[in-house]
Write a protein that binds this ligand. Structure first.
Ligand code: ATP
Length: 256
């Protein structure tokens, strides 16, 4: 399993100074969270790590190879991306959508087999959307659509998961089941790198954090080292109260 590495990476945000070059490695078994306010560049970073955007400087490596040296198919066998808000281009059912996850594993023009369909159906079950298999995706609720998007990447079975706000639109139970599923993926030796707006979910589920400031400043490392209240207050420009619950810090915004 190839680690995903950012080497001297500067993401390209129009009109922004370079800020700090990113140098980190997402190792198998790790769960990373990216925290930062709106517009800090979280989505841009994720898309750069997926090879969808060119960096301003530096490179992204999957194992020994930079993304530029790899074919899209080789990348999509290793990296899966859950987008923040997907526009589904053409009407497709939930099952057809999940089956798109098998495409990196099929040769061009090869039809999906029964085995592919079993993988997709199993993923839909795991995301609690199997009962919607025949529905058109554009008729689903926001949370159902989000779970189908995650089931599609589960069907793809990448070593490295990139997710943009995976808990968006999800109720509390489904937020926890998705984070639990990602934890199981990490325990199986895959890696997870996700943007999160919920500081408390990040504190509870991530073992590594990357804080991205709007001026391009950044710091990263083991979660325990990054969850410094003063740094988080500066990150969000928000005063916080910190309490400890069930062995994890809980951050509550100060109410005046
Ligand atoms: N094509 C573009 N042209 C100009 N500016 C852009 C473009 N794409 C992104 N930006 C700007 O880059 C900055 C970073 O955007 P990005 O979507 O990466 O932020 P984010 O941290 O994911 O924000 P959010 O929390 O709101 O999702 C924003 O200020 C955005 O307006």
């Amino acid at each position: 399993m190839n680690p995903l590495q950012a080497q001297e990476l500067v993401i390209d945000i129009p009109g922004r100074d370079d800020g700090e070059a990113l140098n980190f490695s997402v190792q198998p078994g790790q769960i990373w969270g990216v925290l930062g306010p709106n517009g800090a560049g979280k989505t841009t970073l994720l898309h750069t790590l997926a090879g969808l955007l060119e960096p301003r400087q530096g490179a992204v490596f999957l194992g020994e190879n930079s993304l530029n040296e790899l074919k899209r198919r080789q990348i999509s066998r290793q990296l899966g991306l859950v987008f923040q808000d997907r526009q589904d281009g053409f009407p497709a059912t939930v099952l057809e959508t999940a089956l798109i996850g098998r495409h990196p594993w099929l040769s061009p023009w090869q039809m999906e087999t029964g085995a592919d369909e079993r993988i997709a159906r199993r993923a839909l079950e795991q995301l609690d959307v199997a009962h919607l298999s025949d529905r058109l995706v554009n008729t689903l609720s926001g949370g159902e659509r989000q779970r189908v998007a995650i089931a599609t990447v589960l069907t793809q079975a990448p070593d490295t998961w990139l997710l943009d706000e995976p808990t968006n639109h999800l109720d509390l139970h489904h937020q926890v089941s998705v984070l639990q599923l990602l934890t199981e993926q990490a325990r199986a030796g895959r890696s997870v790198f996700m943007c999160l707006h919920d500081l408390n979910l990040a504190a509870r589920w991530c073992d590594h954090l990357l804080l991205l400031f709007p001026n391009g400043e950044a710091c990263w490392g083991p979660a325990k080292r990054m969850l410094v209240p003063a740094a988080l207050e500066r990150l969000y420009d928000q005063e916080l109260l910190t309490v400890e619950v069930d062995g994890a810090p809980l951050f509550v915004p100060v109410k005046h």
